[in-house]
Design a protein around this ligand. Structure first.
Ligand code: 4NP
Length: 151
């Protein structure tokens, strides 16, 4: 799960997908990263922690890190929060770039016109709740798609 700072959106996405995989008995390694190094080593944003916690998820132990080319090799799927960061993921991946395993997170939601998970960095708590809802819907879809495929 990749965003810009790895402190607002992608830590929520990591926490939500970890919970969803646990609930469905899947053993997936889930991680998150930012395309920037602005907040490396920091805990998730206070409002991401609060909204996660209100939904029963503890993301407070996560620490921000920057996406690197090795991630492109290591992970089977890379989900990116918006088109700017998708471009950055491509740039940071260099010759390891694999478009077939990389997509915008919201592409899994077929019934929406929204492409990007909006950046809540300058927003209020309600913006974090809206982001949570979008990411939650996408993560449920990812897990259900995989379960259906296994049947
Ligand atoms: P995120 O949000 O990409 O969802 O973690 C942001 C966090 C920090 C900044 C921008 C977006 N920033 O400009 O520092």
């Amino acid at each position: 799960m990749v965003c810009l700072g790895n402190i607002c959106r992608s830590p929520l996405a990591q926490g939500i997908l970890e919970l969803q995989t646990r609930l469905h008995g899947l053993v997936w390694e889930v991680d998150s990263a930012g395309t920037s190094a602005y907040h490396v080593g920091e805990t998730p944003h206070r409002l991401s922690c609060k909204v996660a916690s209100l939904n029963g998820i503890d993301i407070s132990k996560q620490r921000a890190r920057q996406f690197c080319a090795k991630d492109m090799d290591y992970y089977d799927r890379i989900f990116v929060m918006d088109t700017d960061n998708l471009r950055m993921v491509k740039e940071l991946s260099g010759d390891r770039w694999q478009p077939s395993k990389t997509s915008l997170l919201l592409y899994v939601l077929e019934n929406t016109d929204i492409q990007n998970v909006p950046d809540p960095w300058y927003g209020e708590e309600e913006n974090y709740h809206a982001v949570y809802k979008l990411i939650q819907a996408a993560c449920e879809k990812i897990v259900l798609n995989n379960i259906t495929r296994l049947k």
